[in-house]
Design a protein around this ligand. Sequence first.
Ligand SMILES: [Cu+2]
Length: 166
Amino acid sequence: MDETTSSPTTNGYGKRPLWHWILLYIVIGALIYGLVYYFVFANKGGYPVGPTVSPTSSTTTVSPTAMEASPSSSVTQQRNAVTLTQNGFSPSVVTIKVGQTVTWTNKSGATATVNSDPHPTHTAYPPLNLGSFTDGGTLSLTFPKAGTYGYHNHFNPGEKGTVIVQ
Ligand SMILES: [Cu+2]
C-alpha cells in the first residue's frame, strides 16, 4: 500500500522539475545576458574617448568656449600655494580663510627661507619663521587667526610676500 502511494509522487516529482528547469534556464540566461551587457556597457562608459558615442555632439560643438572656461576652476585649488622663483614669491599676496594652510614651494634654484617680517628680527608673527628650505622643498603653515602677515626670504630680503587671512 505504501509503494503505490509513493509511486505517483515520484511521477509528480519527475514532472515538476521540467517547469523549474525551464524557469531556471530563462532566469539564468537572462542574468548572464544582463551581466555581459552590463560589462560591455561599463567598459564602453569607462573609456574617456567618447566623442562618437554622444549623439548630442552637434550641440556641444556650438560652445567651444565652455571647454576653455573649465580649466580655470582647477586653478582655484592651488590658490593657497606660493612658489618661490628667481623673481620672488608668486603670487606675492595670497588671501585665505581662517584655518587654511599656505604651502610654499622653492623653485628658485637655491636654498631660501620663509621668515616673518620685519627683517632681520622676524618678530611680527613668530609662527611664520618656518626656516630654510632647499630647492624643490616645501614649507607650509596653517593660519588660525585673521590678519595680514608679511614674510620674506631671509637670504634675499627683497623677496617678499603677504598672507591675508580673512
Ligand atoms: Cu630676515
